[in-house]
Design a protein around this ligand. Structure first.
Ligand SMILES: [Zn+2]
Length: 94
């Protein structure tokens, strides 16, 4: 089954973590002191309430902004519940 919307992910009990990658996409070593790396688990149900269950997972990253540094350079990590999938899956992350 391919999960494409936040409504489907919520129904399946997926957890959502967002990590700020500000300062890491360019010159990762020299800029390391400025890197934010703020990481937080988001509430899936709140997202469904605010975005609607048909909102595509692939568009989440472009709608999120780090609350600490204000960067839009964030990475969304999806974690299916234990036993329901093959470990952690990432979306939009190379
Ligand atoms: Zn940040």
């Amino acid at each position: 089954m391919v999960v494409e919307t936040i409504g489907e992910a919520f129904a399946l009990g997926w957890r959502l973590t967002v990590r700020c990658s500000n300062g890491r996409s360019e010159a990762p070593t020299s800029q390391s002191s400025r890197a934010c790396n703020y990481r937080r688990e988001l509430d899936m149900e709140t997202l469904v309430w605010t975005r609607g269950k048909a909102f595509p997972l692939s568009r989440l990253e472009s709608r999120l902004r780090c609350p600490r540094c204000g960067s839009r350079d964030v990475v969304v990590l999806f974690q299916p519940p234990r036993g329901a999938g093959a470990g952690e899956r990432t979306a939009g992350f190379q």
